[in-house]
Design a protein around this ligand. Structure first.
Ligand code: SF4
Length: 417
């Protein structure tokens, strides 16, 4: 029997989370998955769940619609697929396997770090995480973490810049460590967080105690200095070169979800055209590869036909939507159906997330402010600008009128500069 899921924890394979459409199991892959294993996972998701598969903003796989009876069978089946699944402190490393632009192979470092942390028996809050960024093109600057390390070039060769609590723009910089000391340094920093209790996060410790304890914990290993320069935002969607004139293709799942049979079809097409692996990646995307140059267009066309977003400019990439009704029991509007209608009808200016459609005020899919948020409420769909889903809407419309209202809101009231 699967364990009961505690709110605030993470819905891992062995402890799925109750949602409106049954239990949701999250799989945190620690590296690329063999295509055959992903195809089997799709089949298993259809057998034991309701067939909906999601990739989250942090690049985790989520299987929906399991039952108390089917969840343990699903977990057993997945355990037999040979997928490398991370079950401890989440350590997010570069998503592109063998990224030729990376300064350091952070996936190797991430494996070592996971082993060290598993042996350390540190008790940490479930959402404490580490980002290990090798300095390549598909960087992880947009994701927040309690500890982040980023490979940088220095006059003494590559080193790892360490920062605390936040995404790359907001994190508090500490300094650099040698690559072979990175595991120890991160463990020591996590021990500082753990010392503040099992619910503590890096940001809490920074707020209450400042930098001193963190600095002291790695004083013998760190070289203090300025943080590395910020990097331009990156899009996982597109064609990414690998070594040896081979390519990976990144594609977005529309509003973060697809159906198991659709994903299965994509894996089969990719396999026939020579791909070996799939890697769920941040920003609700999937990377597939390696492909020869001559195969790239075919795969892209097939993925488009199956409903995946294969261009960074796809309007669906500008909208974040949670499952909403009827998938989620708390949903007061059909978020993803509305998001699809809006993507068809509304053109958004600028770049980045333009709209968040949230089934209720909880705002699971995007706990941050968005230029425009549509919120499911008892009075209908509420609209609010430059706020999170928890804000009080400034107007309400019927579901049938949401697309027109979003269009009007976007045109008449452009987002603040
Ligand atoms: S925001 Fe509300 S409706 Fe959407 S997934 Fe979360 S709880 Fe469900």
């Amino acid at each position: 029997m699967s364990k009961a899921f505690a709110r605030g924890a993470c819905p891992r394979l062995a402890a799925p989370m109750e949602t409106g459409d049954g239990l949701l199991a999250r799989i945190v892959p620690s590296g690329p998955m063999p295509l055959k294993a992903l195809a089997c996972l799709c089949t298993t998701a259809r057998t034991h769940g309701n067939g909906t598969i999601e990739i989250s903003a942090r690049g985790n796989l989520q299987i929906r619609g399991l039952t108390p009876g089917s969840a343990p069978l699903f977990a057993d089946r997945v355990a037999a697929l040979g997928i490398d699944i991370s079950d401890g402190v989440p350590v997010l490393a570069d998503p592109l396997p063998g990224d030729p632009s990376a300064l350091i192979d952070m996936n190797a470092l991430a494996i070592e770090l996971r082993q060290v942390l598993a042996a350390s028996r540190l008790v940490l809050a479930p959402k404490v995480s580490v980002i290990a960024d090798g300095g390549g093109r598909l960087h992880l600057d947009a994701l927040a973490a309690d500890i982040r390390v980023r490979a940088v070039t220095t006059t003494n060769g590559p080193r790892l810049h360490v920062a605390l609590a936040g995404d790359a723009a907001a994190a508090t910089p500490l300094g650099t460590v040698a690559p072979d000391e990175a595991c120890d340094a991160v463990s020591c920093l996590l021990a500082v967080i753990a010392a503040h209790g099992p619910e503590a996060r890096g940001a809490d410790v920074l707020r209450s105690c400042g930098l001193t304890a963190f600095r002291d914990a790695i004083r013998t290993r760190i070289e203090f200095g300025p943080p590395p320069p910020p990097r331009l935002p990156v899009d996982m969607v597109g064609t990414h070169s690998l070594k040896g004139d081979l390519y990976a293709l990144g594609m977005g799942l529309a509003f973060g979800h697809t159906q198991a049979h659709t994903l299965h079809a994509l894996t089969e097409i990719a396999r026939v055209h020579g791909a070996l692996w799939a890697r769920p990646a941040p920003d609700r995307t999937l990377l597939l590869g390696p492909f020869q140059r001559t195969k790239v267009k075919t795969i892209r066309d097939e993925a488009r036909r199956l409903g995946f977003a294969v261009e960074a400019a796809d309007p669906r990439r500008r909208i974040v939507a949670c499952p909403g009704a009827p998938s989620c029991g708390s949903g007061l509007i059909a978020s993803r159906r509305l998001a699809a209608e809006i993507a068809e009808e509304v053109e958004f200016a600028g770049a980045g997330i333009a709209l968040h459609v949230s089934g209720c005020a909880k705002g699971c899919a995007h706990p941050f402010p968005a230029p425009l948020t549509v919120i499911g409420t008892a009075q209908g769909a509420g609209l609010v600008r430059n706020a999170t889903a928890r804000a009080t809407p400034s107007c309400y419309v019927n579901e049938a009128d949401v697309a027109a209202a979003v269009d009007e809101f976007s045109v008449r009231e452009p987002a603040d500069a």
